[in-house]
Design a protein around this ligand. Sequence first.
Ligand code: HEM
Length: 426
Amino acid sequence: MRALLDMGREADGKIIRMNLGPFRPYLVTHPDHLQHILRGNSANYTRDGVFWRPLRRLFGDGIMSDGPSWELSRRTLQPVFTAKHVESLADLMAEAIVEGVDELAGPVASGRPIDVPAAMARIVNRTVMRVFFGDKIDIADAERLAPAFDTVGTSVIFRYLLPSVPESVPVPGDRAFRRAVRTIDEIVTPLVQRHRGRTSEGYDIFSVLCRARDDTGAEPSPAWVRDNLVAMLATATETTAGALTWFWLILEAHPDVAARLVGEITGVVGDERVRHSHLKDLPYTGQVVQELLRLYPVGWLFPRMIVEREALGGVWLERGETVIVSPYVTHRLESFWDRPDEFDPDRFSRQRSQNRHRYAYFPFGGGPHQCIGMHVFMIETRLVIAGILSRYRPVSNGRAIAPPKMGASLRPSRRVELTLRPLSHA
Ligand code: HEM
């Protein structure tokens, strides 16, 4: 990752060709070029190639694919995730989050440090399962899914590091990957069998998938329902829990940010239970989350494969080759960001955001594949942060932030633990 960033910095916005033996992807970092690839001519840049193929064994042909099957998936799932619909569910999300935060009381009272990724995953799982999956997956299954998705995300990295090895040749990580996919299918397949064919009015993910019809009016296959369920389960939980894990590391490394954040939350939420209406009065909390996704974009890499040869930025992009698209790199380039390595939430104040290129900051991607869950993420994360910080104070050990480790999503390279102290009113 360090090498990728160094190459990006050296290229300074120009398209370069990386030399990784027989694998020679283009690194594209300039916002104008990213806009062209992700939006302007997105049909020419598909989710295929060495990065997407290994994941196909997990995601199949649903919302994480491309082409007609993706289109049907997107059309089907979109209504669940519009800003308006997600806002209408925000108080339900707040209730589940407050219950999740209540469960921290035991470990806090004992003075034991909390395992942050597990604790964040538990809160996010409870919320997402209730609000978006209509409580059709029980918590025990959801908690078995979380480590399986985690294994998928870390074991696939060998395929990324050995892009020239054909899929028929085993590489380390393959067995763990297959085992994790088997665990996921053991949980998801019976759920698909149970719910498919049932008509239901609801706007939870199960109901909309089971009601879907393709252009000919036919019911989609069980495999399509499975692929979309798996994709939604993976994206709806792992991403948010990952970002919340980075959040606690950042807080520890930036006491000034922590003090201002706590001040804002304490002033607005006080000793109330956090709810949706608090969020409009928590602008700094929102800026911290935006800045968090600038330096630590959980979806740090989402390459594309070139369908037809074309020229971009004075370079011929050859058909069948890979284009590396990485917000992790673009978000850290000096040409587009002032003091890019500094964690400064004020760069997201309204005034300082005004003239920013839309594709200088793209943690949720852009164009037709733009993240469907970004409104969920923005509401859920602020509620979790405000829910915890209105009741507890983190005890800082003054540790510097951990560098990220390679994986399908951006994860810290060390264990993250957190000790919380209750406030007097908690
Ligand atoms: C930290 C939080 C998140 C980040 C950084 C993130 C990032 C992204 C990015 C970069 C993409 C575009 C990938 C591409 O262009 O190939 C994407 C797509 C997607 N995201 Fe997210 N995401 C987050 C949270 C969520 C959540 C909470 C959900 C669901 C509730 C979600 C569901 C999806 C789905 C289904 C897609 C595929 C959309 C499509 O291809 O039509 N994401 N996300």
